[in-house]
Design a protein around this ligand. Structure first.
Ligand SMILES: [Zn+2]
Length: 212
């Protein structure tokens, strides 16, 4: 019997099928394919892939409908998890998962980076269609803009608190000193405490600042 080169139903790589063999192993993804069941298997996998894409699109629409992408959302998480379960080789699913994991945790980290690498790897065989790398980066940018706004708001509050304590720690004792009520060394101690506090606030702000 002649060898046939067919598309692997899992990864779309080429598999050489010998009709006399019981099963073949895909050299690309390592999954085993039962030769007799090839047709049936392929249509089942394509069906799963189709429902996985549907879930990706639903999750994407829900995510886009939100004004603020940050935060947990049980419906979106459920859609992503079932899309991934139906088709774990879908780059769309991995890109979407990377983006939404960032929305859930509030920051882009190694987990999302790994998911993007996985999606890029998978795209060598199958391009993302419904949730692409660009979609992923757009969600990331939008989420980072929101966290930066929150960061700037926090910086403003810190600055106000520092100014307030500055006046309280130094302004009032300085007036009392000038009025001859407060000795200079007490004003000096307060100035030292305020300097320490200002340095602590400065470093707290640097640590909490979100990089763009
Ligand atoms: Zn394969």
């Amino acid at each position: 019997m002649e060898l046939q080169v067919l598309e692997c139903p899992y990864c779309r790589g080429n598999v050489r099928m010998d009709p006399d063999h019981g099963s073949e192993v895909c050299a690309n993804c390592g999954k085993s394919i039962i030769v007799k069941e090839y047709g049936e298997m392929q249509s089942r996998i394509l069906e799963d892939r189709r429902s996985s894409y549907e879930k990706v699109v639903q999750a994407k629409n829900l995510l886009e409908a939100k004004r603020n992408p940050l935060g947990r959302d049980g419906r979106i998480r459920e859609l992503i998890d079932s899309a991934m379960a139906l088709d774990s080789g879908s780059p769309d699913g991995w890109y979407l998962n990377a983006a939404f994991t960032m929305c859930e945790s509030g920051r882009w980290d190694g987990t999302s980076d790994n998911m993007v690498s996985r999606a890029r790897e998978l795209e060598k065989n199958r391009k993302a269609k419904y949730f692409t790398y660009e979609d992923c980066m757009n969600v990331r940018k939008e989420a980072e803009q929101v966290t930066n706004r929150i960061g700037r708001g926090m910086s403003g509050v810190f600055a106000l608190v520092t100014v307030f304590f500055g006046l309280f720690f130094l302004g009032i004792p300085a007036i009392l000193y000038l009025a001859g009520i407060m000795p200079l060394f007490v004003v000096g101690i307060m100035a030292g405490m305020f300097a320490f506090m200002a340095i602590a606030v400065f470093f707290a702000l640097r640590v909490s600042r979100i990089e763009v």
